[in-house]
Write a protein that binds this ligand. Structure first.
Ligand SMILES: [Zn+2]
Length: 260
């Protein structure tokens, strides 16, 4: 009887070991998920079309300053270093790794529910960059019920930095090829923005986490094969003079970085 018990114990131990090692193998295997084809969402299309209606909205209509200035985790708040000649799409040193096809954008649970539609439309708008083809990257909205950053994902968190504070801060991709995993949004300023402004800010910050730098700075790398003219309508331009959707240069820069 004692022997039988020992045998059963050994079998149980064996099973545990097998299942543990299996999990480890699964965990270290590269992600096999494939990008999915972009599908139109009439509700989100209607929001975007109503907000922007194909025309830029003068920024001065809602806030007479430069909300996206100083929104990078890695830099001091220096004045934009570029000039008229340097307003071109730029990227940072690290981009999203070739082995990554799906990027989860997590809204942490300290974010108000009203932000959900903003982030959902921003994520949808990011997916539009794939030009309705099978794109290199797919972005996926999640709301998660904790406030812990998930490494490898983009995590959006609410902060309260006051009405004088920077509207948001975002981090650039890691050397490992994972996206910048942190976007912090200052509710004290963000909540006063109209929906169009909120969506623009969210898309701009997501842009940083996949490697876009500001179009009005000289640091970072110029995107080979993209516009070399100034692009003040870029969504990555900090002293925004008007709200608009992607500029042609934004689209060509994205295609250069993440097109198939
Ligand atoms: Zn920025």
């Amino acid at each position: 009887m004692k022997n039988l018990k020992n045998v059963l114990c050994l079998m149980l131990l064996g099973l545990l070991l097998v299942s543990c090692s299996k999990k480890e193998v699964e965990f270290t295997e590269p992600l096999q998920e494939e990008s999915v084809k972009f599908e139109r969402n009439p509700e989100y299309d209607a929001i975007l079309s109503e907000l922007f209606n194909g025309e830029p909205i003068p920024f001065s209509e809602f806030q007479n300053n430069t909300p996206l200035f100083c929104d990078l985790e890695v830099e001091e708040c220096n004045e934009p270093s570029g000039g008229v000649d340097s307003r071109v799409n730029r990227r940072r040193e690290h981009l999203i790794g070739d082995n990554i096809s799906i990027i989860d954008i997590n809204v942490l649970d300290n974010c108000p529910e009203e932000w959900d539609i903003v982030i959902k439309v921003a994520v949808y708008y990011m997916n539009q960059l794939n030009n309705e083809q099978e794109g290199r990257l797919t972005y996926r909205y999640n709301r998660i019920d904790n406030n812990v950053d998930v490494f490898g994902d983009i995590n959006i968190r609410r902060v309260n930095w006051g009405e004088e504070g920077v509207i948001a801060r975002a981090s650039f991709p890691f050397e490992s090829g994972n996206p910048g995993n942190r976007i912090r949004i200052n509710a004290d300023r963000f909540d006063a923005f109209p929906l169009a402004g909120k969506i623009l800010v969210a898309v701009h910050e997501i842009g940083h986490t996949i490697g876009f730098n500001h179009t009005d700075t000289n640091d970072g790398f110029s995107n080979v094969g993209t516009c070399t003219d100034e692009d003040i309508e870029s969504i990555m331009y900090t002293p925004i003079s008007h709200l608009s959707l992607y500029s042609d240069c934004d689209e060509s820069a994205y295609a250069e970085m993440y097109g198939n």
